[in-house]
Write a protein that binds this ligand. Structure first.
Ligand code: HEM
Length: 543
């Protein structure tokens, strides 16, 4: 009877039924694999015997309390390597063991950003450098690296200085009290300055964020829209579900705001690309230019198809949002923390100012900036104590034996000098945790003390960072491509701002906290709705 009925069903319905059965089978297989992994890792694998804090919630795991002080307490209790529970009680390895971290960040064929994380980034920012892996990543990195090399950054220093001067003029024009102090949210100004810089330096695009007389550009509005979506306060559940359960992407579309912002960015990106191509073809643009857009466009126009060097239009356009976000958010956060630290340590602010004022120029070269020893110590200490990017994660894409410098003792009392990482296992890479590790920096590791850089502890040599002795820009093939750019920009900002202004906090220090997110930005307790900010009292240096 059933057979007869099936035979008379119209073809489209039979097709739909077959597709539905297939979808159920695929989802069923995925769920079964996840359940198997979960049970195996939790109860039967060697991983299940790694010590770590108890799991307070099956849904949130230890996620709700995963702060720097808490992880430091766990380090003291369980050692540099332990296990914790993330969302839905999935186990995750935490390690500040430099031998293990060295392998994790240098073997990017084994340890990669988890597919779920990449999907989420892809949705927000497009298929930029941040989300690519393997050959695609190597190719992009090779093309773009010259835009961030020393000689290119040297050439950009005048732009960093000019934009820093523009910011200082903007602040100098803010209404002040009778005593000369003006109350300013320094983070807002620094964000505007760094966005202007990456727009011009990377893509020859003027955001004009600092020029309040000009109206906001279309790209700026789209960017702000996109940016609020990337902020941790605005994480809606929809993208998380889409990233975690790929099948839901068929029936859960992106939010309208996000789709609209992405469309605008893609359209303007395409226009910038077409303009740059036309300029190159007409000979208006010199062919040896090494700014990011020129390098991307040259690869886009390359005839070297055999070598697979040609980049599609879509890949070029996809780099814009990535660089706009990665290129301004972090540097503005780092410089905000620098001003915070200098306000909290007035004696350091005075010493720095004396050094900077000893230079008789408003337009120092990069070499001159790099030749200022106290500025170097201050910047290093800011990047150590206030690492703007707190952490990142990696997933083992294949089984691996992870070596450890410091063995751990499992819950049965057995000592191990390595960990078996099964394919799919996640590891937390604690950037700030390692930068403040007391085993390296001593008991005062959390204190801001620039003079500690006079004699770097021997143990800091083991930190596998691209910028020696610090993990702030990570290391290995995915190290921060913009690290030199960022340091030069930050030094230029401090050079101009500290020579021009005195800085004090405008709110009590205990009212400043941070949101729990990968990028640590300050917020004022009671004013969380305003988002990240740092209100300061700013006054022209009294001579
Ligand atoms: C203080 C400033 C900065 C800090 C602390 C910082 C930190 C980092 C870190 C930790 C990573 C590795 C992320 C991971 O693999 O999980 C990274 C990657 C990256 N950063 Fe930065 N960054 C800064 C400034 C910049 C600037 C100014 C740019 C661009 C102009 C930039 C562009 C990128 C890009 C494109 C990547 C991806 C690199 C790759 O995967 O090959 N960053 N950054």
């Amino acid at each position: 009877m059933v057979h007869t009925f099936a035979l008379v069903l119209p073809r489209p319905i039979m097709l739909l039924r077959a597709l539905a059965s297939l979808a159920v089978a695929v989802v069923g297989a995925q769920v079964a694999r996840k359940v198997y992994q979960f049970v195996h890792w939790h109860f039967f694998s060697a991983f299940s015997h790694i010590p770590g804090p108890p799991n307070p919630s099956w849904i949130r795991g230890n996620f709700g309390v995963l702060t720097l002080p808490r992880t430091q307490e766990w380090q003291a209790q369980y050692g540099p390597t332990f296990k914790f529970h993330s969302l839905f009680s999935a186990t995750q390895l935490y390690t500040i063991d430099t031998v293990a971290l060295h392998r994790i960040i240098n073997h990017s064929e084994i340890y990669q950003k988890a597919p779920m994380v990449r999907t989420r980034m892809n949705t927000l920012l497009g298929r930029g450098l941040l989300v690519t892996e393997d050959d695609e990543h190597t190719k992009l990195r090779k093309i773009m690296s010259p835009a961030f090399g020393l000689s290119q950054v040297r050439g950009l220093t005048q732009l960093f200085i000019d934009k820093s001067l523009e910011l200082s003029e903007f602040w100098a024009g803010q209404p002040a009290e009778l005593d000369g102090w003006a109350r300013i949210d320094v983070m807002a100004g620094l964000k505007a300055m760094t966005l202007d810089v990456i727009g011009l330096a990377g893509f020859n695009y003027s955001f004009n964020s600092l020029d309040k007389t000009k109206s906001t550009t279309e790209l700026d509005s789209a960017f702000q829209q996109l940016f609020t979506q990337t902020s941790s306060r605005n994480l809606s559940i929809r993208p998380l579900i889409r990233a975690r359960f790929p099948i839901t992407r068929f029936f859960l579309p992106h939010s309208k705001k996000l789709s609209g912002a992405r469309k605008t960015m893609d359209r303007i990106g395409m226009q910038l690309l077409q303009d740059a191509k036309a300029q190159i073809l007409s000979g208006e643009k010199e062919s040896d230019r090494r700014d990011l857009l020129s390098l991307l466009v040259k690869s886009n126009m390359s005839e070297d198809i055999q070598e697979n060097h040609r980049l599609s239009d879509a890949v070029v356009v996809a780099q814009l949002p990535t660089f706009f976000v990665a290129g301004h958010e972090t540097t503005s956060t780092a410089t905000t923390w620098a001003l915070y630290a200098l306000a909290m340590h007035p004696e350091v602010q005075t010493t720095l100012r004396t050094e900077l004022l000893s230079m008789g120029t408003d337009a120092p070269s990069l070499d001159a900036l790099n030749g200022l020893p106290y500025l170097e110590k201050v910047v290093r200490e800011v990047m150590r104590v206030h690492s703007p990017v707190m952490f990142t994660n990696r997933m083992a894409m294949q089984d691996d034996i992870l070596p450890l410098g410091t063995p751990y003792t499992d819950t049965r009392g057995v000592q191990h000098d390595s960990i078996f990482m099964a394919k799919g296992q996640m590891v937390w890479v604690p950037i700030a945790g390692l930068n403040r590790d007391q085993r390296i920096w001593g008991p005062d590791a959390a204190e801001f003390r620039p003079d500690r850089w006079d004699s770097v502890p021997e143990a800091a040599n083991a930190i596998p960072g691209v910028w020696a002795h610090l993990f702030s820009f990570l290391g290995g093939p995915h190290n921060c491509i913009g690290w030199r750019f960022s340091l030069a920009e930050m030094k230029s900002l401090l050079y101009i701002l500290i020579r021009t202004f005195d800085f004090e906090l405008a709110v009590p220090p205990e009212s400043i906290t941070t949101l729990r997110a990968a990028v640590q930005r300050p917020v004022v307790i009671g004013e969380e709705k305003k988002g990240p900010q740092l209100p300061m009292r700013v006054r022209r240096v009294q001579t």
